[in-house]
Design a binder for this molecule. Structure first.
Ligand SMILES: Cc1cc2nc3c(=O)[nH]c(=O)nc-3n(C[C@H](O)[C@H](O)[C@H](O)COP(=O)(O)OP(=O)(O)OC[C@H]3O[C@@H](n4cnc5c(N)ncnc54)[C@H](O)[C@@H]3O)c2cc1C
Ligand SMILES: NC(=O)c1ccc[n+]([C@@H]2O[C@H](COP(=O)([O-])OP(=O)(O)OC[C@H]3O[C@@H](n4cnc5c(N)ncnc54)[C@H](O)[C@@H]3O)[C@@H](O)[C@H]2O)c1
Length: 479
């Protein structure tokens, strides 16, 4: 075994790990990164970028197939599956290439390959070749698609998002298990590209929506296009030649079997913290096995160990992985001088159409502790001017503010181009603006943001009425 002594060891070379490594180095620390699998990051290889490439192709197909109401007729639309997937992979490889250039530029002595595992609070064994003694350690091991027991050992027809971006052609049919962000983004895109897609959801949730009104609207809008079966349970799956016979039971327990070329498991992701010897570290862990940590410093307890990115499951998103990594790397670099780093207003966007977005404090968190102490304003996009012009007049936005201070707190929406609306609103939220200050900002005409103004006006009005009487009772689509 080789032996290595370093100031900072970073486990994982994803976005969080690479950012942590650079931040630690900036403090003059002797730092190394350890990678057990591929360089290139989840985001670039099998995450954010390839999924958006697939969605871009789907948007092109959808626009051509739905241009007739404008008096524009495209003729027969032909989707060339191999060409679609070839572009996804080619552009994906380009993005991965930029990451690999960064890895190549790092000194060789800073990079180790192999699975890292704690053997003590300060020691890691990498593969079967190196023992590292590190004064500080950053865990940035990312996450892995959750595997459902009913879909284990079935055959090649059971896939996860990791597999989709290696396809050479579009499949004929896909069953998507889960109506979370991954399932909806990939499932809708595949459907728009001509694949027969059916969604099976365990409960009634849709992406990260927590507001019951937005959830109901999302269920209604998405159901117009997508075949979604809520309150269902995967019973069994059998590989039969090129197809999987999938048996699912509905809310009443009635079983039904359908055949699909692939079954896409999109039932969530699990932080990679279960096979890294955390029990040897002495740090305290939660029920889910994830170390308890401070979300401002990324420090696990008062230890020399930090945890960043999907591994800590706080907000498993790319920009948060980068922020976590910077904070963890800074603190590991200057330990024991541990300081809180910059945390931004939460923002999450599902790139479905319409987009689904949440920002600031979500509805569920605002309802914690019983009686609601916040006002709600809303707008429907059904008759919103610019949305209707573009034939994208679907969805709703709900905005929240605090009584008394009239401070804007957050929003949830399914709305046309919500990715942009969510940014504007999250900036206002982070600047701690009041609803009145937001209404003093410019609004162009005709734009979708005029819908945001309508919701804010409604919110300002509700704030003057005292406590809202809107019923907070949960309601789920499909129930
Ligand atoms: C399909 C999909 C689409 C997504 N789309 C978006 C999006 O549009 N926007 C967005 O913000 N987020 C998106 N995400 C989420 C985003 O990709 C992740 O939040 C982010 O990439 C996490 O970065 P990370 O550094 O924590 O983990 P990763 O990039 O996964 O890095 C972890 C690394 O650690 C390595 N590792 C694990 N265990 C060990 C070990 N014991 N020893 C050594 N190395 C180890 C792994 O091999 C991996 O390379 C998407 C994710 C998926 C799957
Ligand atoms: N646009 C984006 O920002 C983006 C895109 C993709 C992924 N991501 C990140 O990746 C994370 C993981 O995404 P995800 O979609 O896998 O997870 P998710 O938590 O968003 O959704 C999981 C879905 O699976 C369902 N489910 C859970 N257990 C199940 C079971 N046993 N049987 C059937 N269904 C079950 C849940 O009800 C839910 O609908 C997201 O939370 C997000 O942070 C972000």
């Amino acid at each position: 075994m080789n032996e290595l002594n370093v100031d900072v060891a970073v486990i994982g070379t994803g976005t969080a790990g690479m950012t942590a490594y650079r931040a630690a180095k900036a403090h003059g620390a002797r730092a190394v990164v350890i990678e057990s699998s591929h360089y290139g990051t989840t985001c670039a290889r099998v995450g954010c970028m390839p999924s958006k490439l697939l969605i871009a192709a789907a948007e092109a197909a959808h626009a051509m197939q739905h241009s007739a109401p404008f008096g524009v007729h495209a003729g027969e639309v032909r989707i060339d599956g191999p060409a679609v997937m070839e572009r996804v992979r080619r552009e994906r490889d380009r993005f991965v290439g930029f990451v690999l250039e960064g890895v190549d530029a790092m000194p060789d002595e800073d990079k180790l390959r192999g699975h890292a595992r704690f053997t003590g609070p300060h020691t890691l064994v990498v593969g079967d070749h190196t023992v590292i003694t590190a004064a500080r350690i950053v865990i940035a091991t990312g996450s892995t698609p959750l595997r459902l027991p009913a879909l284990e050992n079935v055959g090649p027809g059971i896939v996860t998002s990791d597999d989709v971006f290696y396809w050479d052609d579009l499949p004929k049919s896909v069953a998507v298990i889960g109506t979370g962000v991954i399932g909806l983004e990939l499932g809708q895109a595949l459907g728009r590209l001509g694949v027969r897609v059916k969604f099976y959801a365990r409960g009634g949730s849709i992406a990260h929506i927590t507001d019951p009104e937005v959830l109901r609207e999302a269920g209604r809008v998405l159901n117009e296009e997508l075949d979604m079966q809520f309150q269902s349970k995967v019973v069994r799956a059998v590989q039969e030649g090129d197809e999987v016979a999938l048996t699912v039971s509905d809310a009443l327990g009635k079983e039904n079997t359908e055949r699909f070329q692939f079954v896409l498991m999109a039932a969530g992701r699990t932080p990679n913290v279960h096979d890294i010897g955390l029990e040897e570290t002495g740090i305290e862990r939660g029920k889910d096995g994830i170390p308890l940590f401070d979300a401002r410093t990324m420090q696990c307890g008062s230890s020399h160990i930090f945890i960043a990115g999907d591994a800590n499951n706080e907000r498993p998103l790319l920009h948060d992985a980068a922020d976590h990594g910077k904070i963890a790397g800074d603190n590991a670099g200057r330990y024991p001088d541990v300081r809180p780093g910059l945390r931004r207003t939460p923002i999450a966007v599902a790139f479905t159409e319409p987009n689904i977005a949440t920002l600031g404090a979500n509805y569920r968190s605002l309802c914690e502790g019983g009686k609601r102490k916040f006002a709600v304003g809303e707008v429907s996009f059904a008759n919103q001017g610019r949305s209707r012009v573009m034939l994208q007049n679907k969805g709703m936005l709900r905005v929240y503010a605090e009584y008394g201070s009239r401070r804007f707190l957050g929003a949830e929406m399914i709305a046309p181009r919500a990715e942009h609306l969510a940014h504007t609103l999250s900036w206002a939220c982070q600047m701690r603006m009041t609803v009145d200050q937001m209404l003093e900002m410019p609004f162009y005409h005709p734009v979708i943001e005029e819908g945001v103004r309508t919701a804010l006006r409604d919110l300002a009005h509700c704030l003057t009425k005292g406590e809202s009487e809107i019923n907070a009772s949960d309601s789920e689509p499909g129930t």
